[in-house]
Write a new protein. Structure first.
Length: 231
């Protein structure tokens, strides 16, 4: 059921950091100014998209009288207040430190721009240094299309010095779009979804679905178990 892997790629928003709830608060604030409601259904549609993509999706979905640039300017001001206070999700530090100690190559594959990445990580710089190879989908010209397209994961895999084949990469994701992107790239994917997502959607396409990264067992994918280290 599970194939051995040698490299690991992590999504960031909602998977490493609790920023998805901060995105929701920001989008709700903008929507309410125009008498609209930002719904969980719309959130599921946009999760994993690049910034200009999700802006266009929200504007269209809520029929907002804004251009993409106006929407991004408005939300940028809100997120500059919210993002610096974000926190690391349960189980993430344990897993990343474990893989780092065991010399497993790790990378970050986030749809965020470098600008918003810097806002979100300013209190967690030492931790993010452990994710050596980074791809920022909204800032990287090589990432032509956002999730659910495979671009970001295929590009992220090329950032590893040894250029592993996609089947050797394990992706951690929280969104449906992210899962679809990883599978389209030919990679296995562990999904840690929002608990509000219905069970059928949670299990669609993911290699493994967990309630928390705390429940992950590395040995399922032939990675060193928590009670052992590489020689």
């Amino acid at each position: 059921m599970f194939r051995p892997v040698s490299h690991v790629l992590f999504d960031m928003d909602g998977l490493i950091l609790n920023t998805e709830e901060l995105y929701t608060r920001g989008f709700e604030r903008v929507a309410s100014r125009y008498g609209k409601k930002f719904t969980f259904e719309l959130k599921c549609q946009i999760m994993g998209q690049q910034s200009r993509e999700f802006a266009a999706s929200i504007i269209q979905g809520l029929d907002l009288p804004l251009t993409v640039e106006e929407f991004l300017d408005e939300t940028r001001a809100i997120f500059s207040e919210l993002f610096p206070a974000c926190k690391i999700m349960p189980g993430v530090e344990k897993l990343v430190h474990h893989l780092h100690k065991n010399k497993i190559p790790m990378g970050l594959a986030t749809s965020s721009s470098k600008e918003t990445y810097d806002l979100k990580t300013q209190r967690h710089l030492a931790f993010f240094d452990l994710l050596t190879y980074k791809t920022w989908g909204s800032s990287d010209p090589q990432v032509k299309l956002g999730k659910p397209h495979p671009d970001i994961f295929l590009v992220a895999a090329t950032r590893f010095p040894d250029k592993p084949e996609p089947e050797k990469c394990l992706v951690f994701e929280d969104s449906l779009n992210g899962v679809r992107a990883a599978r389209a790239a030919g990679m296995q994917v562990v999904m840690v979804p929002d608990p509000r997502l219905n069970r059928d959607a949670r299990e669609a396409g993911a290699t493994l679905t967990l309630d928390s990264i705390e429940d992950f067992r590395p040995e399922l994918f032939s990675l060193p178990p928590y009670n052992s280290h590489c020689k």
